[in-house]
Write a protein that binds this ligand. Sequence first.
Ligand code: ATP
Ligand code: MG
Length: 436
Amino acid sequence: MADILRAVKGMNDILPSGVPRTDKLPDSQLWQWFEDTVRSVLGRYGYQNLLTPIVEPTALFVRGLGEVTDIVEKEMYSFVDSMNGDKLTLRPEATAGIVRAMIEHNALYNGPLRLWTVGPMFRHERPQKGRYRQFHQLDVEALGYPGPDVDAEMILMARTLWRELGLVEGRHVRLELNSLGQPEERRAHREALVRHFEQHADTLDADAKRRLHSNPLRILDTKNPHMQAVVENAPRLIDFLGAESLAHFDAVRGVLDAAGLEYRVNTRLVRGMDYYNLTVFEWVTDQLGSQGTVCGGGRYDGLIEQLGGKPAPAVGFGLGIERLLLLIQELGLPVPSRAPQIYAVIPSPAAVPKAMATLESLRAAGVSVLMNAGGGNMKAQFKRADASGARYALIFGDDEVARGEVALKDLRDPAAAQRSLPLGSVAAWAADLRNA
Ligand code: ATP
Ligand code: MG
């Protein structure tokens, strides 16, 4: 037998439930429930779906994210198109592509837009639980709104999503909030920060030394335990914010307070991309080890102009779907069943045409039916019916079919009597089964 080919390291298959796998990655049932919930919740807030390409020009991310970011420095899957020499990159995040598309189609001409997309992102990182090389994000963006109202709306919308997925805010996921102010405020803070780190140069690691002059704010994001003290005592950006920035921040907080949403102001929260300003936030959990951020975002008022568009404010967030589903799985939260309502047992091949015609009518009436395919005796078919999780078996026995009937057996209630239903009037009893 030939050698089998395997998926690329750090890139995973999402499989139906019941397929045994050694890793603990969520199955497609959980995945679909998440996507259904997203559609329902975001639809209620008036956000519209869009899709953009997975491959974009490399320059888009270099210009959009900033040259001295983890992503652009070491995480991008970039390659040269061998047909024409174009420099391309598998998207590491969704915001830059969405902004590119909005500029290209002059999409803000008729006013601001609330948007969302779901899809794969690619980052060359060390694979571990909750961190992959291909992962999936729900990405939400509101373009053309200065805030602070939409900033707060977006955070509250995430809370609604948690609630509908069974997650409790404050217990399973917590909100951390900060304001990064405006560029000139960040400049003043940056100068103070460089002075502080220069005074403690001996405690800085190689990464921090390299960033000291290129991107000192990112030093605050360090995971190095030896640098915690020097980071702790560093000047805080919030102390450099002017009245306008503080008012914006207070207004976001005012909405969250009124909505009864608890949060922690984390003055060290800076986020990985250079494009953020004013509001930034993360939803974090303690249950996933060091991969604890399930959702992060903020305002990026300068990005549209930076990518060549007419200046317009914007705010957005990215949610890591694998991390969120791992969390739901780990907490053992109930997930709605996708089992069929009916399993069709068809003991003799002669009954198949009549049975299948009936099943078509049932499905047209909204009933979910899993047909026994591939024959097998009555015992084997009932075993499969049980394993399918269906509520009822619909049995197309030869005698019943000859009488113009079919038998309905409740698989979950052994005490319930079997019922005969007329094949001539499917619609009349389909309605009952649909609600089973
Ligand atoms: P981290 O600090 O964990 O690397 P990040 O700040 O790089 O996260 P963002 O760019 O803000 O992440 O992406 C938004 C969300 O996407 C993250 O909060 C996380 O849930 C998810 N995410 C980011 N990178 C990965 C990855 N390699 N694998 C799985 N999920 C990821
Ligand atoms: Mg990262």
